[in-house]
Design a protein around this ligand. Sequence first.
Ligand code: ADP
Ligand code: MG
Length: 702
Amino acid sequence: MTPPAFQTPIEYLKGVGLSRAEMLKKELQIFNFEDLLRHLPYKYIDRTRFYKIKDIQPDLPYVQVLARLTHIELLGEKHTKRLVAQAIDDTGVIELVWFQGIKWVEKSISVGKAYILFGKPGFFNGKAQMAHPEMEPYSAEVLQRKGNLTLQPAYNSTEKLKPYSLDSKGISKLVALLLEQQLRQIDENLPLYLINRFKLMGRADAYRNIHFPADAATLNEATHRLKFEELFFLQLKLLKNKLLRTQKFKGNIFSVVGNYFNNFYEHKLPFALTNAQKRVLKEIRQDTQRGVQMNRLLQGDVGSGKTVVALMSMLIAIDNGFQTCIMAPTEILANQHYQTIKELVGDGFIEVALLTGSTKAKDRKVLHEKLENGDLKILIGTHALIEDKVQYKNLGFVVIDEQHRFGVEQRARLWRKNNIPPHILVMTATPIPRTLAMTLYGDLDISVIDELPAGRKPIQTVHFYEAQRLRMFGFMKQEIAKGRQVYVVYPLIQESEKLDLKNLEEGIDVMAHEFPLPAYRISIVHGKMKAAAKQFEMNRFIKGETQIMVATTVIEVGVNIPNASVMIIENAERFGLSQLHQLRGRVGRGAEQSFCILMSHHKLSHDGKVRLNTMVKTNNGFEIAETDLQLRGPGNIDGTQQSGVLDLKVANIITDQELLMLARTCVEGIFEKDPQLALPENQILHQTLQAKGEGLSWDKIS
Ligand code: ADP
Ligand code: MG
């Protein structure tokens, strides 16, 4: 429809009326013509096939049966009054029941005749039954009449809508009305050259056929067209935002590579970079010379070496006279980055400072001064970095670690610290499937470190049931005897915190019994502890004073203890895949062979089994992310809320990945040739985008 027609309030559709319009708004959020047009069938009832009575199962949806009426009888009185009939085919008997409209039904059907019965089958006293079936006298012409042999749409409705004749059938009638009255108003919104290139069905046809398909092939074509349209405009909007941003916001130009970088590279870097690390550095280098603000997402599995890439990029910023910072989601992680970076740069090379909630006021004051006058070039910390009091002289490069924990607003705050916004590198160890990343971070550039440093031994993962617990203990002892350290992780899920704590306490008791002092020492860290106590326990483990760390998932992110080579996950079936992968990533950081043992109960759900099998099968974070997406759907992946993928009505980010790629490539091609969408053939896109509204959305400030 043309935009104004689309927006016509639903009460103006002839045949709807005010009270029904009210109900549609309340119950289904159908406010206008477009909402109704886009209230798509959730399934289609196949009226192209007939069931034999003996094949009818209680769990079948609507079925169509060809049968002859053998008996009609009026039963019961008053409230229990009902009309019962019997019909047969060559395989069995089916009972038909009516509780309402009895008189009318009785008059309109007759014993001895054949009918096409249509309805939801049930079973009563072991007999197939159908309540209130639709009945149509059978004849050769009826079968030939095309209308009867199609896929019938089924629409979502609610109990409250039924008294208003707005069940699935009623809604279907409204949609038919809408199409009848407005079909010619449904305008094409894709350029002709795309329609031709991809052999797409026209838009009006597609809507007509997705509601009332002539046959399965036409339905497919219609669905394909609407899916493509949806994904295409999602990508068009995302990439348009990106273009706008690059046009609007200048970026600092890092024109030289100077002493800091070169000295580090030649004298300090303790290993050769992997090819993937080199490639990402090059990508960042290119981004920071263009005069446009960089917004880059760096994805890399745990242990792939993102930190050193971040550091080297920061050194280039410093070589160009800028300050830099790394922001981490927790104090423990900030601390660890601080230690790592200090170790990497060594003494007397450059000052590195830490700023967290625990930084003393006195030290904080000194830090603030050094930031304001530009003396301090590398600051590492938590949210404390973005408090208003913290002013930089010239912040040029910001690294955000594990971005899922930072809200959009926080990123925006960081971003306002300068006239020209700093370049931003977001690092995440939670790989996101490529297609989802393209949509979630559609306007970010994406770098991937898909290669682990050489010589790393892949972590070996096994799944043990409770009955193998003694074996697990034996294995722990064997590894501890070799000087290794072991994590034992318990789930902590909000809803059942008490139970979890009990679990943890029992677990600790068992552990303490199995691994007694003085031979063994155990650190314990859980969410209920004060930060200082956590830190203390953590440090004992880091220093090697304890051999076992029993913890809840507080150790999930980023902690790096190379000597810890065994990860035991209790109740592993209760963790999500990405969490399991994160946890496993805590080991495998040193030179030793590392192990992960997934402990679980014997009873496992289907998904639970898939998760554990996936973990045993692969160490590849992207493969795991892909499975996770399949299992959980996009709605449960962090970040999807704001991304638009959840607004998709026809397309599905999981099953339509190929089409998404196609739409993406297609949009990229268009912007390459015509960034302003100014060419005559692209006018239509420009208009559609404007009609859809281009408000400044969150993705512009990330
Ligand atoms: P990530 O943050 O991606 O999980 P880190 O940056 O913490 O990974 O790196 C993990 C470990 O690997 C660190 O001890 C780091 O010093 C080391 N490392 C990084 N890059 C290399 C490399 N190219 N060769 C060998 N070791 C490396
Ligand atoms: Mg890291």
